[in-house]
Design a protein around this ligand. Sequence first.
Ligand code: NUP
Length: 221
Amino acid sequence: MERKTRIILALDVSDREEALKIAEDVSEFVDAIKVGYPLVLATGLEIIRELAEFAPIIADFKVADIPNTNRLICEQVFEVGADAVIVQGFTGRDSLDACIEVASEYRKDVFVVSEMSHPGGAEFLQPVGEAIARMAAEAGASGLVAPATRPERVKKIREIVGDKLTIISPGVGAQGGRASNAIAAGADWVIVGRSIYKAELPKKAASEIAAEIEAELRREG
Ligand code: NUP
C-alpha cells in the first residue's frame, strides 16, 4: 500500500454496480479499498477481484476462529486477490499465527484489531487492547486497527508498537472521529466509509478529507 492520501475507503454498499462506480470515482483519493461482509455477502467474493483493478483491497473479515479455520479463510481471501486481511487478536496467538503464515506464503498483509471504534469497543476489547497490540508486534503482523474515535488510544498503541507496525484507523466522520486527529495521534491511514460512499459527491468528500490530512501532515512538517 502506497502512502499518498492516507485514506482507506470502507466500501460497505451492497450493490455491485454501485460499488464499482464509487471505487472508480474516488480511486484517485484513496490508497486502498476495504471490503467487508455487507458487500461480499451481497455480491460474492469475486467482487474483491473486480475492485482490485482500482486499488489494493483490504478484506475486513475480522477473522476470529481456531487456527485451522483461520487458515482456510485467509487462503480464500488471498486467492481472490486481496492484499490484506483484518483479523481479531482476542482469539490468541495460535489463531493469529495461522493468518500470518498464510499471508507470508502469499506475501500479503495482516492487520489485527486491537480495540474497536464503537462505544461497545471500550467494554470488553479496550482492557486487552494493549496486550493484543504487543502480541501482534511479536507475531510479525503488518499492522493494527485502532480507533479514530479515541485518538488517545491510537497514541498509546503507537507508543507500544513504535514504528514497526502500520496503524489503520476507522471511526472517522459518521462515528465522530476526525481524520486529522487520528493522523496526528500516529495513525498511518484512516478508514472512511459512510462519509464518502453516502456523500452526494463521494469524490468531493474524499478530496476534502485528503486535504485535511495533507494540512495536518504539513503542520507536523
Ligand atoms: O473498530 C473498528 N471499527 C470500524 O468501524 C473496526 C472496523 N473494521 N471498522 C470498520 O470500519 C467498519 O466495519 C466499517 O466498515 C468501517 C467504518 O465505516 P464508517 O463508520 O466510516 O461508515
